[in-house]
Ligand binder design. Structure first.
Ligand code: ATP
Length: 681
């Protein structure tokens, strides 16, 4: 047995356990590859203070083979770093620091390269350039899993330098190197600007392209929501390019790096920090290695641990460290600074959500920063209510393509798996509407059946059968898998949405036409696995999520209650007004009174009787002064008709009343005239 013992390299381990990194099936492998590359591009651009522009290109190379390429206008990578970044697992700039970024582990893109090599044998190709007049570098490399080291395959093991200018252009052409050279011109007649720097990575891998939930398309769309400062060009395998243009020209403020907080450091880490420290005294070690430790706090810790402040750090053994660790827990140390967190912000959240999810009502809430295990974090929530379901947004051609692509066995399963927020009840309703049997296979539908399915998807009202559509984000990256295990989903399901006007069965997501996005921003997001798919359930994190959800929930409840009350009273007012003309005429016929005066008086009574249409309710449903009607910020009400309805009914007389036309019960056609106006209302 002893002879069989040998070291296992980290890449050998992950090659066997690729599911841990998000490569469990061909469809997910394509998504993870794109995601790792795009997240890196965004991190690199933001760190360098560059407004990101990213090109994503997926091409089908064989039945189950795709090439995924991602290019950015980031700072580029130094020549000698390129092989290590893309050809060595656990190599990166982000792991050893506490700074908010999308990547943190140093595994992502090299793991994608390793998966590509394992499944197709094709090397990962990288072009990188650090300035307009600088050489670009082109590498084709593979990861040697036995030793976890890069192996450069082109340029006799040295890669290829591409000089600036025509000579370089020729090399690019001759070698067939893919590289977007210019930005799209801002106006059709403007000269296109050259791309001065950036990185392009392309990989050929065994993969499956399929839209719907958990797809590349969904990831890119959700990325656009949470990153309104990014322009994203996406060319899908059919060659269609979709561009998400940035809606904000402002980069998020730069995130600052912080030192670890003493409360967040475990014993083992404390021991290794002592070993690695170059400080001579214990006091110096404590004050310089941790945040929020002043010399006086350091003294308190040392006193409690019964160690001298001048003790040499190198002499600290496990026993000392244990005392030190216990003393840290007993000492009152203020929370870490939280200015290292950069939230998206309520305004940007509303903008982002509005640009991708058409709805009637939007609310957003950004909580103040908080701390878990010594790590600062911040929670944000945005909610959109109303609007069309995804099934109503698609074209018939797209439906045909989706039916062809899916591997769902039944049409019912296809509907649930493909469209966000479409629960089993809604799928059943559509099936019933289309009169298709429940067992029909989506790939085998006849053209006529596709037509009826499409019609049912457009016409059947599935608002009630919809379940809440949840977008989860960590440091602006969408999380698309493991919903059930994620603290975000759990907290949403534990929140009581019934009190905010939605229906919900206990412990489940509420139903209704609602999309909610929850963002956790942190210097270290506690993921449940290396594939970074779900957030771990720390009490502190769940508490902050709950508070943010309640804030937007209350605003939604207020909107729904207001809308219902106003609508009820508006209906009543409509009915009254429909008959006032007739009544005024009849009264005038009986007693000779001036019918216009009678009409005015009756109108006044009707207005008073339906005064609640003018009433504004607070979040607990109590009536408040209309001038104080205020959701407390972070709210966007979009639907024009709805807005006009509210404004008209709450604060102003109707247009007809204002110009006096409604007050004239002149002839027999009067009631019809009212009817028309009422419908408009
Ligand atoms: N497009 C890029 N432009 C500039 N630097 C990059 C680019 N892509 C990767 N890097 C550098 O390469 C390093 C390794 O990237 P990798 O995706 O392997 O890990 P990571 O982003 O640090 O962490 P994670 O494994 O959590 O994604 C990054 O830390 C970054 O410094």
């Amino acid at each position: 047995m002893a002879k069989k013992q040998r070291e296992i390299s980290v890449s050998e381990f992950f090659a066997k356990n690729r599911h841990m990194l998000g490569f469990d099936n061909p469809r997910k492998a394509l998504l993870t590859t794109i995601k790792e590359a795009v997240d890196n591009s965004l991190d690199a651009c933001e760190e360098a203070g560059i407004l990101p522009e990213i090109w994503v290109h997926i091409q089908q190379m064989g039945e189950s083979r795709y090439q995924a390429a991602v290019q950015d206008n980031g700072p580029g990578i130094l020549k000698k770093q390129i092989p290590l970044i893309f050809g060595k697992l656990l190599y990166g700039s982000k792991f050893h620091r506490l700074r908010m970024s999308r990547g943190q582990q140093g595994i992502g893109i090299s793991a994608a390269g390793m998966y590509a090599i394992l499944t197709t044998g094709k090397p990962i190709k990288i072009v990188s350039k650090t300035g307009l007049r600088k050489d670009a570098h082109y590498y084709e490399l593979r990861i040697d899993t036995k030793v976890n080291k890069p192996e450069i395959l082109n340029g006799k093991g040295n890669g290829l330098d591409i000089p600036y200018g025509e000579r370089g252009d020729k090399i690019i052409q001759d070698e067939g190197i893919e590289w977007v050279t210019h930005f799209d011109p801002e106006t059709p007649d403007a000269a296109p600007k050259p791309i001065a720097h950036g990185t392009r990575v392309s990989l050929e891998l065994e993969a499956k392209y399929q839209r719907g939930k958990g797809s590349v398309d969904e990831y890119l769309e959700q990325t656009a929501i949470a990153n309104p400062h990014v322009t994203l060009h996406y060319t899908d395998p059919s060659g269609v390019t979709k561009t998400y243009r940035r809606s904000s020209e402002i980069l998020p403020p730069e995130a600052t790096e912080i030192k670890p907080h003493p409360y967040g450091v475990e014993l083992g880490r404390l021991v290794s920090m002592c070993k690695e420290s170059t400080e001579s005294s214990l006091s110096g070690f404590l004050t310089n290695s941790f945040s929020r430790v002043s010399p006086s706090i350091a003294k308190q810790i040392c006193d409690k641990a019964k160690l001298s402040t001048r003790m040499r750090v190198k002499r600290i053994d496990r026993d000392h460290a244990e005392h030190l660790y216990a003393a840290i827990q007993e000492t009152k140390i203020s929370n870490p600074t939280t200015d290292c967190i950069v939230p998206i912000g309520e305004e940007q959240l509303l903008k982002g959500l509005h640009s991708v999810v058409p709805a009637e009502f939007y609310a957003a809430a950004t909580r103040p920063p908080a701390v878990y295990r010594g790590n600062p974090f911040q929670i944000e929530v945005a909610l959109a209510y109303g609007g069309n379901v995804e099934t109503q947004k698609i074209t018939k051609d797209l439906l045909k393509e989706l039916l062809y692509e899916t591997d769902a066995r039944t049409v019912r399963q296809f509907l649930i798996l493909t469209f966000n927020g479409l629960g089993p009840d809604a799928a059943d309703k559509i099936l019933k509407g289309s009169k298709l049997g429940t067992r029909k296979s989506p790939n085998k539908l006849k053209p006529k059946e596709v037509d009826t399915l499409f019609e049912a998807m457009q016409s059947v009202n599935v608002n009630e059968g919809q379940s809440m559509n949840v977008y989860r984000y960590a440091n602006r990256v969408p999380l698309q898998f493991q919903h059930g295990d994620c603290a975000i989903t759990k907290t949403i399901a534990q929140t009581n949405w019934r009190s905010y006007g939605l229906s919900q069965s206990r412990g489940n997501l509420p139903s209704g036409p609602v999309t909610i996005m929850v963002h956790i921003a942190s210097v270290w997001v506690p993921f449940t696995n290396q594939a970074k798919e779900a957030v771990a359930s720390y009490d502190e994190i769940q508490k902050e999520m709950r508070l943010a959800l309640q804030t937007v929930g209350r605003k939604l409840g207020m909107f729904l209650r207001r809308r219902m009350k106003v609508k009820q009273q508006a209906d009543r007012r409509t009915i009254f007004r429909r008959y006032l003309g007739e009544v005024a005429q009849a009264v005038s016929d009986i007693n000779g009174a001036d019918k216009e005066v009678v009409y005015e008086q009756l109108l006044e009574v009707a207005r008073k009787k339906t005064a609640e249409a003018d009433m504004v309710l607070d979040e607990s449903g109590k009536a408040i002064d209309p001038s104080e009607a205020n959701y407390g910020g972070g709210v966007l009400i979009v639907d024009k008709d709805e807005d006009e309805l509210l404004a008209d009914l709450i604060n102003r007389p109707t247009e007809a009343e204002a110009n006096g036309s409604a007050a004239k019960p002149a002839d027999g056609e009067q009631s019809e005239l009212f009817d028309e106006e009422d419908e408009e209302d």
